[in-house]
Write a protein that binds this ligand. Structure first.
Ligand code: SF4
Length: 292
């Protein structure tokens, strides 16, 4: 990374040239934005973020399958645990089964009713802890407890642990941080700006393989694997560019990573047209004219 000024110019240009409508059609947050009511957006967001792993088309299809099985009155169905689990019986996306999703959503609906919204529950924890991570740990425990209160079966099964991971570990917790980005960042046509009492400055970037790779190539982290620490490294650099809203670059940067198809070996053709080439530590050098 040569200078923050140069990196800032590159990132602003990536944001400015991102085709948001086209990318939203592929992104899980595109499904969340089809709902208008905040309670629906919270639950559709939690569902979408929980399934946000694997191939993008497959995960969008999985989210839509869950919602279609639940029917148009899916919020009403969530009041009935038995009915929810019946409707989701037979659903499977990778290691996640319908009953894992059912427990998550019924538990989350229970927290919404008890606390007013998932946002209320999170904001209380955030203001109590004064920091993002302990708030996320406490909030996730509330959801886990609520899901467990309805159904003690399968406790600890990998599917349920995967659908709602414990953010106390070293993993980057990409899906939980993605959900927070959707809920907390202002409504900019991508994120929803529902949880207004949490400042966007407190967010950490959700680190998936694309963000981790670009973060390394742009010198924002040296960590060899995606991790919570890598999320802190990358966010610290982004904070120098935009202290109030460091993760506003995430959507455009992540989608750039998806389309780049950048591999471990620099490819002159790909690098030539890559918008981050000026700062990239691995860019292929321009082809030299062949000597006669
Ligand atoms: S310049 Fe080349 S190596 Fe660097 S991110 Fe772009 S495509 Fe990948």
């Amino acid at each position: 990374m040569r200078s923050c000024v140069q990196l800032a110019e590159i990132l602003e240009s990536i944001v400015a040239t991102c085709d948001v409508p086209a990318r939203l059609a592929l992104d899980p947050v595109g499904v969340v934005r089809t709902y208008r009511h905040p309670a629906q957006q919270e639950l559709a967001g939690l569902l979408s973020a929980s399934l946000a792993f694997g191939q993008v088309k497959a995960l969008r299809r999985a989210i839509e399958q869950v919602l279609s099985r639940m029917g148009s009155d899916w919020m009403g169905v969530l009041e009935d645990r038995h009915e929810t689990l019946c409707r989701l019986e037979g659903f499977q996306y990778r290691m996640v089964r319908g009953r894992d999703i059912g427990r998550l959503l019924v538990g989350a609906r229970f927290v919404q009713r008890r606390q007013g919204s998932l946002g209320e529950a999170f904001c209380k924890e955030f203001h109590l802890a004064g920091a993002l991570r302990p708030a996320l740990v406490a909030w996730t425990r509330q959801l886990r407890d609520a899901a467990g209160a309805f159904d003690h079966e399968d406790q600890g099964r990998r599917g349920y642990g995967h659908v709602l991971p414990d953010p106390a570990g070293a993993s980057p917790n990409k899906r939980l941080l993605l959900f927070l980005r959707w809920m907390v960042r202002p409504n900019d046509g991508v994120d929803l700006g529902l949880w207004t009492t949490v400042p966007p400055s407190a967010l950490l970037i959700p680190v998936d393989t694309h963000i981790h790779r670009l973060g390394k190539l742009l010198g924002m982290t040296q960590r060899s694997n995606p991790s919570w620490l890598a999320a802190e490294d990358i966010t610290a650099v982004l904070r120098q560019i935009d202290p109030d809203d460091p993760v506003r670059f995430d959507f455009a940067l992540c989608h750039l990573g998806m389309t780049l198809g950048c591999s471990t070996r620099p490819d002159p053709t790909r690098c030539e047209s890559c918008p981050v080439r000026a700062d990239c530590q691995q860019r292929a050098q321009p082809r030299m004219a062949e000597s006669l």
